[in-house]
Write a protein that binds this ligand. Sequence first.
Ligand code: NAD
Ligand code: AKB
Length: 339
Amino acid sequence: MIEIKTSDNNTIKKHNILTMRTENILVIGANGQIGSALTGYLSNIYGADHIIASDLRPKENHDGVFEVLDVTDAKRLDELVKKHHVTQIYHLAAILSARGEADPLNTWQLNTQTYFNVLEVARANGIKKIFFPSSIAVFGDHVDRNLAPQHAVLYPTTVYGISKAASENWSNYYYKRYGMDIRSVRYPGIISYQSLPGGGTTDYAVDIFHKAVKGETFTCFLSEDTYLPMIYMDDALRGTVELMEAPADNLSIRTSYNLSGISFSPSELTASIRKWHPDFEIIYQPDFRQSIADSWPKAIDGSTAKQDWGWQPRFDIDAMTKEMLEKLGEKYRRSILEI
Ligand code: NAD
Ligand code: AKB
């Protein structure tokens, strides 16, 4: 085991060096909110030459290997896996909760068909590990909304949540039936400065920082007291790789682990932002996303992840706010962020 320090000097991780340099990792959906941060994070750990980023369109200024891939095309996926001798796949492509409601059947088709393509191509090529991102959207009615447990009845209310709950079960099926090493977390809403989020219900908690940094009033599409589970990107990335590097024998969950972070409401986030921007203003205009948020838990219980692979989030709300404001402030000052 060795110690790794990421380029932002934030995180020190222990990984097995023999594993690190022999993996070739395909990231599908690499241009999105998570992919934009994850590809760099993985490059620092496994080596830039070992990370193959892919998405529907090329990424401007991408530093490393990039392939155009529409993952509805299983043949193209198979070709890329063979071409790059891929050993691990991170499958991030999906339509998220709010956007998904505009076209439920297409969302179901995209989210599930792409996952079957990944599972089947991985099976045919002997891929060693798959990462599948699930979501707090799997929870719905009849769960304890104050602290959703690891094991709960899943009655998701969005087509996005239904597709994630079904995919969790398919992960478990492929693990049991074919012995495939598929690992997954239920991410809370992810807060990050690297890129804008893509059509989720938790997006307000990223958009709000952009308005604060620009000195503008923020119109929030959720009510002031809507608590949701959230997590800062640094914690999300660290948790993801910690799970992927954990010994297989330690893992008791092959559907998806609750990945706990922090929970807050728009008014609490506003109060945190005002510690640095006292004049920041917010108005509340709840829309259709309010009912999605109301069907999700306020917090999730991450104790199984803690027990199995030592999960522990590091960022509280103020630590996250401070870093978001600093990083976005730098970006806007350099005028390199396109919005
Ligand atoms: P995003 O919408 O920002 O990015 C998704 C990416 O997938 C986009 O770059 C898009 O171009 C790409 N994509 C869409 N269809 C594709 C296709 N057919 N082939 C190839 N690429 C395609 O999403 P994100 O926030 O980065 O989320 C990534 C994954 O994590 C998703 O599965 C999402 O459900 C899950 N997740 C995200 C969050 C969050 O808060 N961001 C929370 C829970 C789960
Ligand atoms: C969304 O809001 O759809 C995502 C998620 C929590 O899955 N951010």
